[in-house]
Ligand binder design. Structure first.
Ligand SMILES: Nc1ncnc2c1ncn2[C@@H]1O[C@H](COP(=O)(O)OP(=O)(O)OP(=O)(O)O)[C@@H](O)[C@H]1O
Length: 331
C-alpha cells in the first residue's frame, strides 16, 4: 500500500508538481496520465526518491519513506523505465539477478528465481544466457519487468514501459501485462500519455495538467463523470474508443436484442469483460465468428452475436448520454 499526501516539487522557480495526493492498494494499478511536461515522471520519481520532494509525504505500508534508508526503499519498490535500462554486457539472468545479488541470495536461490520469473513473464528459460541485444523489444521489456520484480517488491513503478514498442507488440504486451498473476498483491503505478493504455490498465487514473491533479478516479468516473472542462476535453477526441474500453458486458445485458443463436460455436466471457476486449476476442476467435456467451452468474448466462453486441453498445451509449446530459455538473 502506498499513500501520497500533498506532494509538491519546485525546480528553481518552476512548480512541476503541486499538492498531488493518492493511495494505491495492493493489487491496484494507478495510472498517472497527462500531456508532456505535466509532472507525471517527476511524481513517479519522488516515490522512490530519485527526486526529493519539496513538500508532502509518502507512506509505504504506513512508514514515512524518509525514515527508510534509500537502498532499503529501492529494494521495496521495483522500477521499470521506457528503454528498459538493461545492462548490455550482462546476460538476461545477470540482469534479473542484480537486486538478489545485492541482497546476498545464494546462487541456487537466484537461479530458481530467474527461471521462475522468465516463466511467469512468458519467456523461455533458455533465454537466461542471452544478451539484451539478442532479444526483441517486447522480450527486453519483459526482462525489464522481471528484473524489477526479482526481490518481490510490494510496489512497482513503470515509466512509459511500453513506449518504445511498435503498436502491435505494444498492444499484445499490454494485454498480457493486465493478466499477469505476478502483479497480484502489488501496488502498481504507471506513467503514460497514452489514453487507451490508461483506460485498459488503470484501476484508477490520476489525470494531471501543469503539475496539478485534474481528476482522480476510475476510468469510468473520468469518462462519464468528468469533474471539469479539462477532463471532458481531454477525452473528447477519443470518446467512442474510450467508451468501448470502460463499458462492460454487464452494462449491455439490459440492451441485448433477442436473437436466435445459430452459430455452431460459442465464446464464453465473464460479464466483467470490457466491450473492447469482447470485440477483440470475437475478432481473434475461429471462423465463422462464434456466438458470445456472457456468464452473468455462476449458473446463468446470456447469448449474443457480434452484431447484437454492437447494437446493445449503441443503446447503452445513448442511455448514458441522456443520463449525463440531465445530470447536474459536479462542479
Ligand atoms: N531536473 C529538472 N530541472 C528542471 N525542470 C525540470 C526537471 N525535471 C523536470 N522538469 C520540468 O518539470 C516539468 C514536469 O516534467 P516531467 O518530466 O515530470 O513531465 P512529464 O509529464 O513526465 O512529461 P513527459 O511525458 O514529456 O515525460 C516540465 O516542465 C519539466 O521541464
Amino acid at each position: 500500500m502506498i499513500n501520497v499526501e500533498k506532494l509538491s516539487k519546485v525546480f528553481g522557480t518552476h512548480q512541476a508538481v503541486r499538492e498531488v495526493s493518492f493511495s494505491v492498494a495492493p493489487h491496484q494499478t494507478l495510472v498517472l496520465l497527462g500531456t508532456s511536461g505535466c509532472g507525471k515522471t517527476t511524481t513517479l520519481k519522488m516515490l522512490n526518491r530519485l527526486i526529493e520532494p519539496t513538500a508532502g509525504r509518502i507512506f509505504l505500508n504506513g512508514e514515512d519513506i524518509r525514515e527508510l534508508p534509500v537502498e532499503q526503499l529501492r529494494r521495496r519498490i521495483g522500477y521499470v523505465i521506457q528503454q528498459t535500462g538493461l545492462f548490455p554486457h550482462y546476460t538476461v539472468a545477470e540482469n534479473i539477478a542484480v537486486v538478489p545479488r545485492l541482497l546476498h541470495w545464494s546462487a541456487t536461490q537466484i537461479r530458481q528465481r530467474v527461471d521462475e520469473l522468465l516463466t511467469l513473464l512468458g519467456l523461455p528459460v533458455s533465454m537466461a544466457e542471452a544478451y539484451p541485444a539478442q532479444l526483441s523489444g517486447g522480450q527486453q521489456q519483459r526482462v525489464g519487468i522481471a528484473r524489477a520484480l526479482a526481490a518481490d517488491p510490494p510496489v512497482l513503478l513503470l515509466d512509459e514501459p511500453f513506449g518504445a514498442l511498435d503498436p502491435i507488440t505494444r498492444r499484445q504486451i499490454r494485454q498480457e501485462f493486465r493478466h499477469l498473476d505476478v502483479l497480484q498483491q502489488k501496488s502498481v503505478i504507471l506513467v503514460t500519455h497514452d489514453l487507451m493504455e490508461a483506460l485498459e490498465l488503470g484501476d484508477l487514473i490520476c489525470l494531471m495538467d501543469q503539475g496539478e491533479v485534474q481528476q482522480l478516479g476510475t476510468p469510468r468516473d473520468l469518462i462519464y463523470r468528468p469533474q471539469n472542462d479539462f477532463v471532458r476535453a481531454f477525452f473528447q477526441p477519443h470518446r467512442f474508443q474510450a467508451e468501448l474500453h470502460v463499458a462492460t458486458l454487464h452494462d449491455l445485458l439490459p440492451h441485448l436484442p433477442p436473437v436466435a443463436i445459430t452459430e455452431p460455436t460459442t465464446l464464453a466471457l465473464p460479464a466483467t469483460t470490457s466491450v473492447q476486449e469482447a470485440l477483440e476476442r470475437l475478432e481473434q476467435a475461429a471462423r465463422p465468428t462464434p456466438a458470445l456467451r456472457i456468464a452473468t452468474t455462476a449458473t446463468s448466462s446470456s447469448h449474443t452475436t457480434r452484431l447484437g453486441l454492437l447494437d446493445a453498445f449503441y443503446r447503452f451509449q445513448a442511455q448514458m448520454a441522456a443520463t449525463n446530459e440531465s445530470a447536474p455538473s459536479p462542479r
